[in-house]
Design a protein around this ligand. Structure first.
Ligand code: IPE
Ligand code: IPE
Ligand code: MG
Length: 239
């Protein structure tokens, strides 16, 4: 039986379909989805999770209709305005991964403020992935590595060396991925970092994914045998 995961990554999917099922505009689904983040963050702290990484906006999500993109950006601003005090009180450290220069200045400013004002917190490391893509992260890390090691041939690079240049360099790799909304794909999330992550997919749409659903996922995780390439016998012997 595994203990609770140290690092959970989540693909918060299904806001649009949640709204459609109720004959509501997609934007209402996003509002409900944003409101759900708080209780899941709380649920994670209650279960001793130390790192939570949430996929909020992918590099491909810019392809959505302009008004939906701007709804999502506005909601992100509102979230930071509403939650910063709460995060400070709860000891949550906020960070953003992704290419932030594409965001409007008012959003960039709030992101930096939240990062700065929570930088000393240690209870839960909350990382939001926005304008993030796993492929972007790997290519960027490669470039940074090449800049730092101009005379070393690429084949001599160890996987561990690349890890140090990824945007998640100071986070452990996720133990558990939860994807809501019924799809069983990665959609360009933490591709490198999830080499050995346990993958949990649920049909529940993100706005309805509550603490009980979180517990269900944790229970499922508890039953996984993590072999990391070894045999059951080796794992049992604790090698
Ligand atoms: C997740 O919900 C939110 C984002 C991707 C920003 P969706 O908006 O993808 O909802 P569905 O998948 O269309 O139901
Ligand atoms: C993944 O959801 C991205 C986020 C949840 C932010 P999408 O809804 O964009 O994924 P696809 O397009 O169905 O793969
Ligand atoms: Mg979706």
């Amino acid at each position: 039986m595994n203990s609770n995961p140290k690092h959970i990554a989540m693909i918060m999917d299904g806001n649009g379909r949640w709204a459609k099922k109720r004959l509501l505009p997609r934007a209402v689904g996003h509002v409900k989805g944003a409101a759900n983040v708080r209780s899941i963050v709380q649920g994670c702290t209650e279960h001793g999770v130390e790192f939570l990484t949430l996929f909020a906006f992918s590099t491909e999500n810019w392809r959505r209709p302009e008004d939906e993109v701007s709804t999502l950006m506005d909601l992100f601003i509102q979230y930071l305005d509403k939650e910063l005090v709460e995060m400070k009180e709860a000891g949550i450290r906020f960070r953003l991964i992704g290419e932030r220069s594409a965001f409007m200045p008012s959003l960039q400013m709030r992101i930096e403020k939240a990062e700065r004002e929570t930088s000393q917190n240690t209870k839960l490391h909350l990382t939001v992935a926005a304008n993030y893509g796993g492929q972007w992260d790997i290519l960027r890390a490669m470039q940074l590595w090449l800049d730092a090691n101009p005379n070393t041939p690429l084949p001599l690079m160890e996987p561990q060396a690349l890890k140090n240049y990824l945007s998640t360099s100071d986070l452990p790799d996720p133990d558990l991925l939860i994807r809501t909304g019924g799809e069983s794909r990665m959609s360009n999330f933490l591709l490198w970092q999830m080499a050995y992550t346990e993958l949990y997919f649920t049909d529940t749409y993100w706005p309805e994914f509550d603490k009980v659903e979180l517990e269900r996922a944790l229970e499922w995780f508890g039953k996984r045998v993590r072999r990391f390439g070894q045999t059951d016998e080796q794992v049992l012997a604790g090698n």
